[in-house]
Design a protein around this ligand. Structure first.
Ligand code: HEC
Ligand code: HEC
Length: 143
């Protein structure tokens, strides 16, 4: 009997405390109940920018100023080369893959692209018109 008297207020405190915590939790899906489907996020649009985005610092991998959703990169296929390879870039009016991406930078040719540079979007990424999740205070560095 005595135990119940002691536990009573403690249990009430615990329940009250966890309810307070529940009210404060704000997950990424908002405070919608679990059985209500969340609102789909707005679809971001890829930004196509004539002339490219420029660089924030000299050795930055330039951002991709066009869509890449139809491009395919696998072990033996790389559709970026359709426009950016040394033998295709002129006809496609695209910038050539940087000379630094070739095993012998003084003699760039499609065949000896360094394997470490094969998966282009390991370093180059397109941009979408999404609202930044956090403010970015980075300012351009001098070259
Ligand atoms: C159909 C041709 C085509 C294909 C395929 C293509 N690109 Fe491009 N890319 C271009 C053109 C044209 C530009 C120049 C756009 C401009 O500056 O107006 C460009 C620009 C770029 C730039 C910017 C270079 C700079 O100095 O600013 C990068 C990086 C790039 N592409 C990467 C890629 C990657 C990675 C892929 C594959 C996922 C790819 N591209 C596929 C045509 C293409
Ligand atoms: C390991 C990172 C990395 C990978 C992978 C990579 N790049 Fe780059 N890329 C860079 C960096 C860094 C630069 C800028 C400095 C330089 O030129 O080396 C660059 C520059 C470029 C440029 C600009 C050239 C110029 O003269 O302005 C093009 C175009 C490009 N890369 C295309 C590609 C394509 C296409 C692929 C895939 C076949 C690719 N890159 C793979 C890092 C990478």
């Amino acid at each position: 009997m005595r135990k119940i008297i002691v536990l009573g207020p403690a249990a009430a405190f615990l329940v009250g405390g966890s309810m307070l915590a529940m009210a404060e939790i704000k997950s990424l899906r908002g405070d919608r109940p679990l059985d209500a489907p969340p609102e789909p996020p707005k679809k971001a649009r890829v930004i196509s920018k004539t002339g490219g985005f420029g660089r924030q610092w000299k050795t930055q991998p330039p951002l991709i100023p066009h869509k890449i959703d139809k491009e395919r990169i696998s072990l033996d296929e790389n559709s970026c080369l359709r426009c950016h390879a040394p033998d295709t870039y002129k006809a496609e009016k695209a910038p050539m893959i940087s000379k630094t991406h070739f095993t012998d930078p003084n003699n760039p040719s499609d065949a000896n692209l360094m394997r470490g540079r094969w998966f282009c979007y390991q370093c180059h990424v397109p941009q979408v018109n999404a609202k930044p999740l956090v403010e970015n205070l980075f300012s351009k560095t001098a070259d």
